[in-house]
Design a protein around this ligand. Structure first.
Ligand code: ADP
Ligand code: ZN
Length: 745
């Protein structure tokens, strides 16, 4: 990977010229940019961030200016000139951020810069542009013609009537009244209408679930104190490090964000609000739009290319001053940034899974510090990292003065296995919800019908042919499906080993729970929310809206149901397998479990009707579960930090994970040993190599992971990066797919 060049000492014979250092926007790792080009006057103004087409060997490629200089190591007569300017690109601040990401997350400059440039830049595909349409408006002559009964065709008269109410585009006239362009052309020729070219915004679909109030409520004392505290830090240069807004579920954190955003806008500055994956949080976006109107632009993956382009341009031009969206919204091209809010800061979706594997929370911190902005991280379940490092403002109670809902732990170790996945206590609570005409949310952290299919006769167990995992029974499609690689096969009727026909479907997933609830609690409607039912744009919002519209209903689903929704009529939240996440072999298992149980509990009892929570568990004594049962974040975090300190895990160290994958097992074995040996030599003091962890197979490839744990972050990242680059350069890792993950989750 290319590091920016050190400043060149100017040889005396060189005259000052205008040099653009251009980073190619191709993903080939072999290109070590940036490369120097001579800027001719004919190209007009070129700045850091400008996107250019440049000659490169015999090719023409797209690149972006990352620095301007007066001298080059290359003599001027040997320097090529760019061919043309392709776009204004982005700001210097964002170019620096993109380059920082490339280094910090062991990626390439092209990938880092790709995050901060206008959507579609450098992809080589069709470039997205503004949508230009003709807007028609009625003229004085047109009005007269209508009133005076001039001779008009039926379509012409209809068109004029439509335009009396306001200007419309051809597309709108066609949709409303079937008016075609030849009618409009004739009206224009007669001077009855005027048409002009306008840039039409392709508006993202409204994301709202439930009516969001446009009017701000009177803030509670605690909210007001939080707002005052945060606004007071707007000019504090350290505020980019981040302030933790630790507010219990239902404490009204969103109103605090809104008030601080408004204060920032009033100062003439702009703001970014990050929310977990948008499909999962349609309510959050709706609330910002309802309050701030068209000043809000949304950026997320479900937008069409045109919508994304338009929203991006609205931010760039300053027409929109607030950007709301999931992790990639941290790259919003806003100038004069004053505030970045990260809602639900504990959410794992802030970490990007593909290269560059950036963590939006760290990028936000970097950006806030670079721009002198305030960074606010809000949650009911802070990460140990945030608790340890950040200044904190607390919102200790719910807005309406309601207490937190009581949590009942149900010990499943003592339950009769014939009782099935739902305990008698939980059934009783659900029946009560039905009898009172209220709502309940039930969570089970696995989709499908049953997680195991086994032959009763010989014990054969169906596993995935491509991965080291069980196949999951899906009853709706009558299939066995792998949740890793999506391999699917028809549900078998007999065992391939012994021919036995008694097959048992053990365990439960969302489909089985949905069926059980619907049978037992009829006629109460049951809605299922998981990756299968919510696929496709707006799928998620559709299910939540349907649940919202019923007066009494049950929502069952995976951890999607625990995310920050606000449904006041919910009086029961039940989690059926609270320890599912505890069984993951990961040092964050406790943190995840605590957060999931607490967040789910937080969905209950958000109104005067009150509420309760039932947690079914095999590990009632585990601190993550016992502390969640008492809504005790501080208690949990104190213990968890102590444990992490003893084990030397983050936040007391940094982790870098290197994953090697290939089709053949021996290849991976050899590569893992080689990388381990080289790293052993290259790592700086304070860094150590853990692993290699055992080989595993996923998506038909063998995989092995190495983990570096260090207290010297930058040096260790550098050492890993350099080691891997060297091995790639001398072709020692052919056939191996490599992924380096800094701060893996
Ligand atoms: P959190 O994000 O902290 O869980 P929310 O921001 O979702 O909490 O707020 C919970 C509910 O309380 C929402 O319905 C919100 O509209 C309402 N609310 C927030 N602040 C106030 C207030 N000051 N007065 C009345 N209702 C409020
Ligand atoms: Zn598989």
């Amino acid at each position: 990977m290319a590091t920016p060049r050190p400043p060149v000492r100017k040889p005396a014979y060189l005259q000052p010229v205008s040099i653009a250092r251009v980073e190619p926007l191709t993903t080939a790792r072999a290109l070590r940019g940036p490369f120097d080009y001579l800027i001719p006057e004919r190209l007009g103004e070129i700045a850091v961030g400008t996107v250019l087409e440049v000659p490169f060997g015999r090719r023409r490629i797209t690149g972006v200016v990352v620095e301007l200089a007066e001298t080059s190591e290359v003599p001027p007569e040997k320097l090529a000139e760019p061919i043309r300017v392709l776009g204004t690109g982005t700001t210097e601040e964002l170019i620096d951020l993109g380059r920082w990401i490339a280094t910090e997350y062991c990626s390439t400059p092209a990938r880092g810069l790709g995050l901060v440039l206008p959507p579609g830049t450098g992809t080589g595909g069709e470039r997205t542009r503004f949508r230009i349409e003709k807007l028609s408006s009625i003229t004085a002559a047109g009005r007269e013609a209508l009133e005076g009964g001039a001779r008009l065709g039926a379509k012409q008269e209809l068109a004029l009537q439509q335009l009396l109410e306001g200007d419309l585009t051809g597309r709108q006239l066609a949709a409303r009244a079937g008016i075609d362009s030849s009618t409009l052309k004739r009206l224009e020729d007669r001077g009855l209408i005027e048409r002009r070219q306008v840039n039409v915004r392709r508006r993202p679909d409204g994301a709202g679930v439930g009516a969001a109030a446009a009017q701000a409520p009177n803030l509670t004392e605690a909210q007001q104190a939080a707002v005052t505290g945060l606004v007071g830090r707007l000019d504090d240069p350290r505020s980019g490090e981040g302030v933790l807004l630790a507010g219990v579920t239902g404490s009204g954190k969103t109103e605090v964000y809104l008030a601080v955003v408004e204060a920032v806008l009033a100062r003439g500055e702009t703001a970014i609000v990050l929310v977990p994956e948008i499909g999962l949080t349609p309510q959050a976006v709706g609330r910002f739009q309802a309050r701030l109107g068209d000043r809000v632009a949304v950026l997320h993956s479900a937008l069409t290319a045109g919508q994304r382009f338009d929203e991006w341009q609205r931010l760039k031009s300053g027409e929109a001053t607030v950007c709301v969206g999931p992790r990639s919204a941290v790259f919003a091209p806003l100038e004069n940034l004053g505030l970045i809010v990260i809602d639900e800061e504990h959410d794992p979706s802030y970490k990007q899974e593909g290269d560059p594997r950036y963590d939006a929370r760290e990028v936000a911190r970097r950006r806030a510090l670079a721009t002198g902005s305030l960074l606010v991280l809000g949650t009911a379940t802070p990460r140990p990292e945030s608790w340890e490092r950040l200044e904190r403002i607390d919102l200790p109670a719910r807005v309406d003065g309601q207490g937190m809902p009581p949590v009942e732990l149900v010990d499943m170790r003592e339950a009769d296995p014939r009782q099935g996945p739902i305990h008698r206590r939980t059934w009783e609570a659900l029946a009560e919800v039905r009898n009172k005409g209220e709502k309940a949310i039930v969570m089970i952290n696995r989709r499908g019908f049953a997680p195991w299919l086994t032959c009763r006769t010989c014990g054969h167990h169906w596993g995935c042919p491509n991965c080291d995992v069980s196949l999951i029974v899906h009853r709706e499609s009558d299939q066995l499906i792998c949740h890793h690689c999506n391999h699917a096969e028809p549900l078998p009727r007999r065992c391939p080993e012994c021919g036995g026909t008694t097959l048992s479907q053990t365990g439960a997933g969302t489909q089985r729970i949905e069926r059980l609830l619907a049978e037992e609690l009829a006629p109460m409607p049951v809605f299922r929310l998981d990756a299968d039912t919510s696929a496709g744009p707006g799928g998620h919002a559709r299910i939540l809206s349907a649940f919202d519209r019923e007066s009494s209903a049950i929502l069952v689903g995976t951890q999607m149901v625990a995310k920050g929704h606000d449904f006041p009529e919910v009086t029961l939240a039940a989690i059926l397998d609270a320890d599912a996440t505890l069984r993951f072999p990961d040092f964050r298992a406790e943190e995840r479990t605590f957060s999931l149980v607490t967040q789910l509990a937080g969905r209950s009892g958000r109104s005067r009707a009150g509420g309760r929570v039932i947690v079914q568990t095999l590990a009632p004594g585990n601190p993550s579960i016992s502390h969640a049962a008492t809504h005790d974040s501080a208690g949990f975090l104190a213990g968890e930090l102590e444990r992490r300190r003893e084990l030397g895990y983050p936040p007391f160290s940094h982790l870098i994970r290197i994953q090697l994958a290939a089709e053949a097992e021996p290849e991976v074995e050899r590569a893992a040993n080689l990388v381990a040996a080289r790293l052993d030599q290259a790592l700086p003091a304070g860094a150590e190599l853990l692993g290699p962890a055992p080989m595993f197979r996923a998506r038909n490839r063998y995989r092995r992971r190495l983990l570096v744990r260090s207290t010297t972050r930058a040096d260790s990242i550098e050492a890993v990066h350099r080691t891997i680059e060297n091995l790639l350069a001398d072709r020692s890792l052919n056939k191996i797919t490599l992924a380096i993950d800094v701060d893996p989750q």
